[in-house]
Write a protein that binds this ligand. Sequence first.
Ligand code: DCT
Ligand code: MG
Ligand code: MG
Length: 316
Amino acid sequence: MENNKAIAGLLCQIAALLQEQEVPFKPAAYRRAAQVIEELPRDISTYGDEKELKKLSGIGDAIARKIIEYLETGKITALENLRITQGGIPADLMDVEGLGPKRVRQIQAAFGVKTVADLIKAAEDGKLRTLPRFSELMEKKVLENAKRVKERTRRFPREEVKEDVIKLLKKIEGVEGVDQCSVAGSYRREKETVGDIDILVVTKSPKEVSDAIASLSIVRDVVAHGERKLSFDLKSGLRVDVRFVKKDQWGSALLYFTGSKEHNIAMRRVAIKNSWKLNEYGLFDGDALLASKTEEEIYKKLKLRFFAPKERGGRL
Ligand code: DCT
Ligand code: MG
Ligand code: MG
């Protein structure tokens, strides 16, 4: 039921931000939907597609779409945009349960708190309780919730997670329907610390494979469960992102999910210079596919040398 709680929390954040903009009706609708979702008897990812979700009371088009987006990608773009347009409230501060935009701003203004670490310090120093509309009890709750967010955003030394990664890859390779798999992201780039583990899987049956991986014993909490992406935490607290792709997109997907983000941007720029487009599905000239099967052919087509994952930090 991890998804229900997470989605309800995000919908409440949307409600709070819309309310600040004095948008009528919508905040109440988002809150109502959040409550419906919190009270569902089963995990929301088991309710099926957009059409099925809309059968639930209080869930219309817009909210159903956001739920599917979250289940497939782990985020809600509309919320991220609201956070940006509304004064750049740091996402991880708003992820602390019990902190709405008003309180976040209040704490920012009073103590210059910018990060969850700052927040923990302010709470530990007993500063929060001195603010209007705060209490000692609330400070204690905020501290607990902030620590939980911090655990989620912590980075892990590569050496510490190596064994888990090798074990996990072996297990995933053994799942029926998995044709190919590789680790991507910062782990593949051999960074000294990793924020999460990104894994790419080729399969013709993403739904079955996603279900099978989610039920592996090494998995602690499943946080997003869709046909394009599965996210879960290992027992160590390490987050794992698994993406499902088609065999002929292997190269472009591996390139994209290996990153770094800066390397991807630099590569895209080269594509654009040729009036082409590069994304996780391939390198395209209009609708025509130029390359997607291997990383090598994409570099070659762009007239670049091959960059080993370790070299993909930034500029070309
Ligand atoms: N990516 C991207 N643009 C983004 C986000 C991600 O191109 N806005 C790509 C590049 C990296 C890959 O997806 C995986 O994303 P993350 O796991 O967020 O990044 P990472 O490089 O693996 O770093 P971290 O160690 O923080 O996970
Ligand atoms: Mg990563
Ligand atoms: Mg990731």
